[in-house]
Design a protein around this ligand. Sequence first.
Ligand SMILES: NC(=O)c1ccc[n+]([C@@H]2O[C@H](COP(=O)([O-])OP(=O)(O)OC[C@H]3O[C@@H](n4cnc5c(N)ncnc54)[C@H](O)[C@@H]3O)[C@@H](O)[C@H]2O)c1
Length: 426
Amino acid sequence: MKEMRIAIIGCGMISHRHMTVIENLNNLGYNLKVVAAAEIKKDRLEAWGKQYGLDEKDLYQDFREMLKRDDIDEVEVCVHNNLHTSVATAVMAAGFPCYSEKPMAASYADAKILYDAQKKYGQKLAIQISSIYNPQTRIAKEMIAEGKLGKVYHARSVGHRRQGRPGYDMPFFSPDFIDPKVGVHGPLFDLGIYHLAQMLYVLGMPELESVYGFQSCDYWTDPAIDKLVGRTAPVEDLGVGLARFKGGLSMDIYEDWAIHMEDIGSSFIVGSKGGLKFTDVDQTGGPMAVPAGGNIVGGGKLQLPRLTYYGVDDKARLFETQLDCAIGDITGQQELLIHPEMAIYNDNQLQWYSYLWGDLTDETRIDSPYIAMQTAFLSEGVVLSSELGRSVTADEIKAMAKSIALREQEADFGTIKYEFDDYKAD
Ligand SMILES: NC(=O)c1ccc[n+]([C@@H]2O[C@H](COP(=O)([O-])OP(=O)(O)OC[C@H]3O[C@@H](n4cnc5c(N)ncnc54)[C@H](O)[C@@H]3O)[C@@H](O)[C@H]2O)c1
């Protein structure tokens, strides 16, 4: 069966989800071998090596040493947001294809630098965006392309948690999530990528004209928790926006990870003939990310995405149809029974490995780097508009974008210097 020799950089929480997916895929007959791992924290590295049975010689505190090996097929980058561009460009520069965690970067400029690095180094890249690898997204995209919604004019991108700031209200998550230098941004970049990217992808990547945005960090905090988690300065708790795209399309955005509210609705897309509501959008990695008999990494239930289709028939009668499109329920199973090849569109990692094996091409794979970069562009517009107190055009976002990705990182073996290109607006 198909083989892949994998290296991991960053042995924190999300790396365990990568390992779960690898184990589940191997149980289906694939031959995915994690041959090396790098983690800056020695204790964590050793514990990780023990847990997954890696020899000491295959464990590296300095990932640059690991990248000198010639027996690695691809590298999975599981460090935090503002290190994605830093580490992922180094991986590609060293000659390896790279699969990086979301968000693509902590700024649009850095997402663009990483996107351009694919061409510069002639390497393949993918970004983890689990919400776009499932039937909910696929069916919606097909329905819009078939004209079932008529002229599409508005989308809503929504995500929220009630007091669910990772690293703060959820202290078992990494404190890096709320570190202004490492995590950098709040929910708009963190969870927002799942919702915004899904909307943009389903809508066929519309071209942004302008956006008005607002961010705030005014929710409840507690000095005792601040001290406990070492919070130095706040990252945003709320990101809202109203975007306008070419061709007469608008999108409102609401992303929040600390709201005192229960149900604030779901993402939706509406057109002249119909509408689609996206319930339980996947942000947990899909069925492959569930360990046998265990919980998803980071907690929470496996999300079972659903679509509701609202419309009017040719006798002017309104209808509402529920499309159960979770993989593993009846609908998903039937599709896979008749079209087993669709499995590679139902999981981020499997799609990535399939792309490297040549089962998918640039045309047939989902172009996650482009989708993630455009998502960062829109998010950056919200940030910029919030700072300036006025709406911003797409040209202004491009012109004002600045790279903030870390170019130096302290480690107990010395300073890691990251060398990557400056941002080019083109
Ligand atoms: N935790 C989740 O549930 C989750 C879910 C989806 C995506 N993500 C994304 O995954 C990324 C990592 O999140 P996490 O929760 O695993 O954080 P984490 O802090 O638990 O893990 C990151 C690890 O990277 C290590 N690291 C930092 N710099 C390094 C370097 N130069 N070389 C090697 N290792 C280095 C850190 O020491 C840490 O162990 C984030 O970008 C996050 O948005 C996390």
